[in-house]
Every structure is written in structure tokens, then in C-alpha cells.
Design a protein around this ligand. Structure first.
Ligand SMILES: NC(=O)c1ccc[n+]([C@@H]2O[C@H](COP(=O)([O-])OP(=O)(O)OC[C@H]3O[C@@H](n4cnc5c(N)ncnc54)[C@H](OP(=O)(O)O)[C@@H]3O)[C@@H](O)[C@H]2O)c1
Length: 357
């Protein structure tokens, strides 16, 4: 199942509306077939693995990170392919989180006489499909808040300098993360201060995620770096009725998607409405990359599912630099949001602390 997970990750960020899935066929203790779901419209992981195994699949074991599907989508049901191949035992990482499907694939296999063991390595398999699961059960994308801060909790200096708080190794990790998400979201304050490109820059290239700028008054400079990219990724600006109509038109003519949202009670773009809309547009995962005010609002609105904070061994001192999440926070420690399944990783001298809400 560990190998099936490794294979599944090759499809991460590329399979929507489907989840990433990996599969391995094992016979007499040796792998005879491997596969993963590369993108929607292409065969599912099981089909690739069974094809590679050929006749060796008869009487063999199949390990698959997600319950095999039992419905006719763009491709035939995997349960049929598993039965036709003569697989004897199926090990399933996690049941399909789609309430309409969950357990259906396993039931079909069992009633046809196939031994099914589920779940296997469930925590890892569930984490892999967390964006798919959140999207299919709530209609909204899975949001990862990622930030780099100093030891004293600042994400920039009082003068607005933030390059670079984190180490090269941390930043390389962020580019790997960008490669696996559907969209990257920032506030207009970050665009005005840093003029980021938000592209994925990996030694092997990588895939650019779409860029979302939260900009209630449409202040984005028309020469902003993220508007001037020869990238296949889209740029989406989430704004409100405060945006000037002529600027909306000019940006739309350049291919920028400008979407209008209600104004939140606290001012700015209504983030819950934005999340529902992004979900409806098919976005399963969003990487929130700051800045302070957008992070604060996102936490208060409860749209964040996972947090990844890089802590660098730096001290800026003072209280003039922006903190990780601006605005009013929780009044008591008891009400503080605590992360679950916390993982700590070192990147050079930085420490990454991550976990789920
Ligand atoms: N170290 C890091 O990882 C990191 C990452 C990113 C940024 N930064 C730093 O963070 C600083 C920028 O932070 P910031 O707080 O000034 O800007 P920000 O959070 O990027 O953007 C905030 C702006 O977004 C707009 N907005 C629209 N709807 C909103 C909503 N519902 N909630 C919150 N904001 C909304 C508001 O302006 P309108 O009302 O006009 O739309 C608001 O002023 C920069 O210094 C940057 O270098 C650091």
C-alpha cells in the first residue's frame, strides 16, 4: 500500500474532478503490475495496474489506495475490471468518501467472492484524498494555510520586507506543494507589497496552479507580475461591487477572470461565498499564501482545513511587522484552534509544523 501511495502522488493536483489513486498488483510476494490515475478521462489506477499484470493478475492481490469505483463514469467501473482480471484479494486504503458510493465497490467485490480487506494505511490514504473528500462532501475546496514566519511570529518586517524569511530548502518544498494544488490564493496587500508570480519553480519544471487574488476594490496594478505570465494557469480576481467597471472590463479583455462577491460583514470579499464559488468551478484545493489580514479573516471564517507554518530561526523584534494572522484573535487559550495529527519536519535550519483542524 505504501508503494500504491507513492504512485498515487504522481497524479496529485492533476486529476480533478477525480482524486489521485494508486494501485499495485502483487503475486507470490512480487509486484507484477503498477498504476496511478494520471488525469480525468484517462483510465483509473486499477486498470493500468491490471493491464501491466496481464495474466499474472489471475489469483493475485490488488492494493489500491481508494475503494474501486462501481459506477459508469467516463471509464467503466473498476469493480468489473477487477473481477474480469480474476483478482483473488483486494486491499483498500480508504472507502470512497462520496456518500453515494461509499462501500458500494467493496460490497460488489465481496458478493462476487473476492476477499476484501479495508481500510489499510487509512490515515495516509485519507490524507491523500482530503481535497477530494472535502469538495465532494461540502462543495467547497480544501484550504491549506501556508506561511513562513520568524521566531517572534512575524511574516514580514515593519518595512514590509519578507524575502526571504524561510530557507532555500523550505522554499523548494513550497514549490512542490504548489505543484499539487489547484489554486494559490493571496490578498491584494501581498500583491501590492511583494508583486509575486506565484508560479511553480521546480528543477523538473512543475505545473502552475491557478492564481486567486482577493481584492475587494480591484486595486491590482495592471502591470502586476501575476497578470503578465505566459502560463497555462488562470488568474482569478475575487472582488466586490466596489470595483470600477472599466477596470473589470480591461482585465477581462486580457483573459483575467474577475468574479464579483458580496461584501463580508467585516468588510472585504465574503470568503465563504468565494469558497462555494471556487468549489462550483471545480477547485478541490487552495493554497492560501497570505498575507496577514487574509490569513486572519480566513481563520476567523473557518475556511482553513490544514496549516503549514515554516518557522525560521530569525528575530525581527518589535511589533511593527505583520503577524501571521492579523485582526482580533481568540480571547482565551481554551478557544485557540488546536491542530490535529501534527507533523514536524526540518528544512535546513527551519522547522515546518503542520496539522489539520
Ligand atoms: N512570510 C510569508 O509567508 C508571507 C506570505 C505572504 C505575505 N506576506 C507579507 O504579508 C504582508 C501583506 O499582508 P497584508 O495583511 O497587508 O495583506 P493581505 O492579507 O495580502 O491582503 C489584505 C487585503 O486583502 C483585501 N481583502 C479583501 N477581502 C478580504 C477579506 N475578506 N479579508 C481580508 N482581506 C481582504 C483587503 O483589501 P481590500 O479591502 O482593499 O480588498 C485587505 O487589506 C506583506 O508584507 C507580505 O510580504 C508574508
Amino acid at each position: 500500500m505504501g508503494r500504491a501511495l507513492e504512485l498515487a502522488r504522481r497524479g496529485e493536483g492533476r486529476t480533478r474532478p477525480n482524486p489521485p489513486v494508486g494501485a499495485v498488483v502483487v503475486r507470490d510476494g512480487a509486484i507484477v503490475g503498477e498504476g496511478f490515475h494520471p488525469r480525468a478521462g484517462e483510465p483509473h489506477a486499477e486498470v493500468f495496474a491490471l493491464r501491466e499484470a496481464g495474466e499474472a493478475a489471475r489469483g493475485a492481490d490488488l492494493y489500491v489506495t481508494l475503494e474501486p469505483c462501481c459506477h459508469h463514469g467516463r471509464t467503466g467501473p473498476c469493480t468489473e475490471a477487477v473481477l474480469a482480471a480474476g483478482i483473488a484479494r483486494v486491499f483498500v486504503g480508504v472507502l470512497d468518501p462520496n456518500p453515494k458510493v461509499s462501500g458500494g465497490g467493496v460490497a460488489i467485490l465481496r458478493s462476487a467472492g473476492v476477499a476484501v480487506e479495508a481500510p489499510v494505511l487509512e490515515t495516509e490514504c485519507r490524507r491523500l484524498i482530503a481535497p477530494f473528500a472535502k469538495h465532494i462532501t461540502t462543495g467547497a475546496p480544501y484550504v491549506i494555510l501556508k506561511s513562513a514566519m520568524t521566531l517572534d511570529g512575524r511574516i514580514a518586517s515593519g518595512a514590509g520586507d519578507s524575502r526571504w524569511i524561510s530557507s532555500e530548502a523550505s522554499r523548494a518544498h513550497v514549490h512542490r506543494l504548489r505543484d499539487t494544488v489547484d489554486a494559490i490564493m493571496v490578498g491584494i496587500g501581498t500583491v501590492l507589497q511583494d508583486d509575486p508570480r506565484l508560479t511553480t519553480r521546480l528543477p523538473e519544471g512543475g505545473r502552475d496552479a491557478d492564481r486567486i487574488v482577493v481584492d475587494a476594490r480591484l486595486q491590482i496594478p495592471e502591470d502586476a507580475a501575476l497578470l503578465d505570465l505566459h502560463s497555462s494557469a488562470a488568474t482569478v480576481i475575487a472582488t466586490t461591487s466596489h470595483a470600477p467597471a472599466e477596470k473589470i472590463e480591461r482585465l477581462r479583455r486580457r483573459g483575467v477572470q474577475v468574479l464579483e462577491f458580496p461584501i463580508a460583514k467585516a468588510g472585504g470579499v465574503d470568503l465563504c461565498a468565494l469558497m462555494q464559488r471556487l468549489g462550483a468551478l471545480g477547485y478541490q484545493s487552495v493554497l492560501l499564501e497570505g498575507g496577514a489580514r487574509l490569513n486572519g479573516a480566513a481563520l476567523r471564517e473557518g475556511i482553513v482545513d490544514r496549516v503549514q507554518i515554516f518557522i525560521a530561526p530569525l528575530l525581527l523584534g518589535g511589533d511593527d511587522g505583520p503577524s501571521l494572522a492579523a485582526g482580533t484573535g481568540m480571547p482565551t487559550i481554551a478557544e485557540a484552534k488546536r491542530l490535529k495529527d501534527v507533523r514536524v519536519t526540518r528544512f535546513g535550519d527551519d522547522t515546518l509544523i503542520e496539522g489539520d483542524f
